[in-house]
Write a protein that binds this ligand. Structure first.
Ligand code: APR
Length: 313
């Protein structure tokens, strides 16, 4: 069987953590790529990671480089290039810098890996997925953003902390953009099959939802930079679904046109992820209140895309 090839652009905190999760799952060979100024550092990270192989027993070739030729023929490309948040910044504050970075990276990827499925992680996420799509001109099913897997992991973590139960037993859904107005859906959240609304009182659940929404900011405040372990874990969950053609149902930033009446934007929705990338978008019923929250989140995404467009043209 052909080994999968995964290229990770941006070998910083999120990118290097993605490489780590990917090799420990033995998903395939890894190319870790960063700017020429960081070529040595990137090669060093790749070598360091390769030396975990004998201990953790994985056989993955790991290349650290600044040369896009190494990315040729990649099955999956993960874009983490860009600047992260500092305390006091919102994800939206990153837009001007990151549009340029993600735009130029995407053009180079389209050249060397035209068949890849692209997973975008750089922020502000929904606008960066749009940027990558515009610059690669890939079919929309092969461009997807990682946000929901992380946001839902935060939501599930806080529910498990509240109930003192295993995180594994919490199943949840979350929609909308990757901003503080994302929409966790208690009506689609269950714990061991039991609706969460039967286990946690409404006012307490609202507090948990709020903490999940601003969960990224909580970590920025504590660490002085944005989170990386959980964002990377969420990204590799998606990469694994694609490489192993698992048909997992995961919340991803996917291109919605008629779906949910969005009209041609990348927003967080439940998707079937497999070898074809986003193979299906699942449309779930939303209550009037949930629909209102979703629409608010989508209008925020539209505003961000307008700003990104201004920097792209
Ligand atoms: N090509 C390749 N790599 C680049 C480029 C470029 N044009 N521009 C910047 N990078 C690299 C940087 O050199 C750096 O190594 O991207 C890396 C970013 O790493 P960090 O600064 O550690 O940031 P990180 O925490 O990984 O976040 C990256 O992911 O979650 C988002 O909001 C986060 O937008 C941010 C991105």
């Amino acid at each position: 069987m052909k080994r999968a090839k995964i290229t990770i652009i941006g070998a910083g905190n999120v990118g290097a953590s993605c490489a780590f999760w990917a090799v420990t799952k033995e998903l395939g060979d890894i190319v870790l790529l960063d700017i020429p100024d960081f070529a040595d550092k990137t090669a060093g990270k790749a070598l360091d990671l390769a030396q975990c192989g004998p201990v953790d027993r994985f056989d993955c070739k790991i290349t650290g480089t600044s040369d896009y030729a190494h990315a040729e023929g990649s099955d999956v490309v993960i874009i983490t290039a860009g600047i992260p948040r500092k305390p006091g910044m919102s994800r939206d504050d990153l837009i001007q810098t990151n549009v340029k970075i993600v735009g130029s990276v995407s053009e180079q990827i389209a050249r060397v890996a035209p068949q890849a499925v692209l997973i975008v992680v750089s922020n502000p996420l929904d606008a960066m997925v749009y940027t990558a799509w515009r610059k690669t001109d890939f079919p929309t099913n092969r461009v997807v953003g990682q946000a929901g897997c992380l946001d839902i992991a935060r939501y599930r973590t806080f529910i498990a902390m509240e109930l003192g139960c295993s995180v594994e037993d919490i199943s949840a859904l979350l929609m909308g953009g990757h901003g503080d107005d994302m929409v966790p859906l208690p009506s689609y959240t269950s714990v061991g099959g039991i609706p969460v609304t039967q286990l946690i009182p409404a006012d307490r659940l609202s507090e948990i939802i709020h903490r999940a929404k601003v969960g990224g900011g909580e970590i920025v405040k504590l660490m002085g930079t944005s989170a990386y372990y959980a964002p990377a874990a969420g990204t590799i969950q998606m990469a694994e679904a694609i490489i192993k053609d698992k048909k997992r149902i995961l919340p991803c930033a996917a291109f919605c046109d008629s779906e949910y009446g969005v009209g041609g934007y990348f927003v967080g929705v439940p998707c079937v992820l497999g070898a074809g990338g986003v193979e299906k978008i699942i449309e779930v019923e939303l209550s009037a209140d949930e629909r209102k929250l979703f629409d608010t989140s989508v209008s925020h995404v539209k505003e961000l895309v307008k700003v990104a467009d201004g920097f792209l043209s």
